[in-house]
Write a protein that binds this ligand. Structure first.
Ligand code: S3P
Length: 424
């Protein structure tokens, strides 16, 4: 194995960045968010919060958010444009449905096709006055009202829906309780502890949110985004001779399901938790070239690997045996229909893949041929297939590389460093 010469720079976690900004906006005082993600999605959240009257200063990779307190947001005199970001839209629905003013949320073409009733439904049960285009889509009009707490059982394993309810619960005078499918990424719950340790309690598979409490400003260091690291972790598994070490990566169990899966496939990956910062574990991930064996993914694992399935599908093409994923129909509701995008592009590369309504099967190993990749404007499809290009027998072309900055502005730089080291 040949260790990489230059360190790859993994950006700050996108999910934590959105949540830190939103909670900081309704805290009292200035919150300092270090190593914030500079992705386009996070910039969408920043722009929306600025339009809601929050002063935010960015200095290098630190954001200073001047919180106006729980009731300090003001009406935006323009539409709140969430662009491509589902997290921005669904979390802002939770934040804005109990304000004393009207807000209108809009998104780009992709976001305007994604289902929003799933987040509106519990909020409407709390008394929110939300109208959706065709009862399910953006533009979303949120009218002023006062909310009441509810006991809600989540039927969709979605951290965005869970977080929308938690945010709206902050504005109720009673206790909101959440049960059901709550074991998704838990950054909102963890961050709340930093802003005020008395608001959110997680016990007996239930989340309890005590409303009408003051949030105190704080300093937050954002760890490296495991979902951005995943592309290079899998590249290192697939490219002969590769060896990389990534530092300060978020190691929250709800986010590293893909590492557990790769390890079961026989990947040479070592993770070492170095510290707990801001209630989140972080540490080092070391990976080297591996002979992979096929895997069947369990249904309960899907929600914690949902963003990594496009890049895992590339690993499956090289794993010996039959790889199978099912219960992953949520992939059809992401930035594009990712089940379709994965199968469409793998087939174009000459891969034999069987697609079902909720998953797919791939028998590996298979040869990948170069072709023109259709990203459907989806950043994770673009990045997954750029990595596929590293092991393809001929050159691939990506139809739209620009979409990569939706989650990672460093990706292309890291990609070039990796390629120069191991492919030449
Ligand atoms: C996210 C949650 C997931 C994930 C998305 C980011 C978040 O979506 O796919 O990329 O930050 O809460 P769902 O909660 O809809 O599954």
């Amino acid at each position: 194995m040949k260790p990489i010469k230059k360190q790859l720079k993994i950006p700050g976690d996108k999910s934590i960045s959105h949540r830190a900004l939103i909670l900081a906006a309704i805290a009292n005082g200035v919150t300092e968010i270090r190593n914030i993600s500079k992705s386009r999605d996070v910039l969408s959240t920043i722009t929306c919060l600025k339009n809601l009257g929050i002063f935010i200063k960015i200095k290098k990779s630190t954001a200073f958010v001047f919180g106006n307190g729980l009731h300090g947001l003001r009406k935006s005199n323009r539409y709140l444009d969430c662009e491509n970001s589902g997290t921005t839209m669904r979390l802002l629905m939770g934040l804005l449905c109990s304000q004393s003013f009207t807000s209108i949320l809009v998104g780009d073409e992709s976001l305007s096709k994604r289902p929003m009733w799933r987040a509106a439904e519990p909020l409407v049960k709390m008394g929110a006055r939300i109208s959706l285009h065709k009862n399910n889509f953006a533009p979303i009009v949120i009218n002023p009202t006062k909310l009441h707490a509810i006991n809600f059982s989540l039927k969709i394993a979605s951290a965005q829906i869970k977080s929308a309810i938690i945010l709206s619960g902050l504005f109720c005078s009673e206790i909101t309780t959440l049960s059901g499918l709550i074991e998704t990424r838990d950054h909102t719950e963890r961050l709340l502890k930093l802003f005020n340790s008395n608001i959110g309690i997680v016990k007996n598979s239930t989340i309890l949110i005590k409303g009408n409490q003051k949030l105190n400003s704080c300093v937050i260091n954002i760890p490296g985004d495991p979902s951005s690291a995943a592309f290079f972790i899998i590249a290192a598994c697939l490219v002969p001779n590769a060896k990389i070490k990534l530092n300060k990566i978020l190691l929250n169990q709800t986010r590293i399901g893909f590492i557990n899966i790769l390890k079961r496939m026989g990947a040479n990956i070592n993770i070492e938790t170095k510290s707990i910062e801001n209630c989140e574990p972080l540490g080092t991930v070391t990976v080297s070239y591996s002979i992979l064996h096929a895997i069947q993914i369990y249904d309960h694992e899907i929600s914690n690997i949902i963003d990594e399935i496009p890049i895992l599908s590339i690993a499956f093409t090289q794993a010996i045996g039959i790889n199978a994923i099912k219960n992953a129909q949520e992939l059809r509701t992401k930035e594009c229909d990712r089940l379709n995008a994965i199968s469409h592009n793998l087939k174009k590369m000459g891969v034999d893949i069987k697609v079902m309504h909720d998953g797919f099967k791939i028998k590996g190993p298979q040869k990948l041929s170069g072709t023109q990749i259709e990203t459907f404007g989806d950043h994770r499809i673009a990045m997954a297939f750029k990595i596929a290009g590293l092991i393809a027998v001929s050159e691939i072309k990506i139809d739209n590389e620009k979409c990569i900055e939706i989650s990672d502005r460093n990706f292309n730089k890291n990609f070039e460093i990796f390629k120069t080291n191991y492919i030449g």
